[in-house]
Write a protein that binds this ligand. Sequence first.
Ligand SMILES: [Zn+2]
Length: 73
Amino acid sequence: MRCRVCGGLLEPRITDLPFKTGDSSIVILRSLPVLQCRQCGGTELEQATMSRVDQLLSRVDGSAELEIIRYAA
Ligand SMILES: [Zn+2]
């Protein structure tokens, strides 16, 4: 798999990523497995990770401006 932005090599990494869930609410997912580009630092999610992220985000009520959730596979 290659970076969509620059075509660089993607490496698996564990990181924390913010996701916007509404106009003023953000969820930070901790310990998320991502693919990160060696060249530009851009991140991509694998399909399975993306589905799991969608599940986690759909459970957030959105009333808090900032919520931190630990990603667990
Ligand atoms: Zn890149």
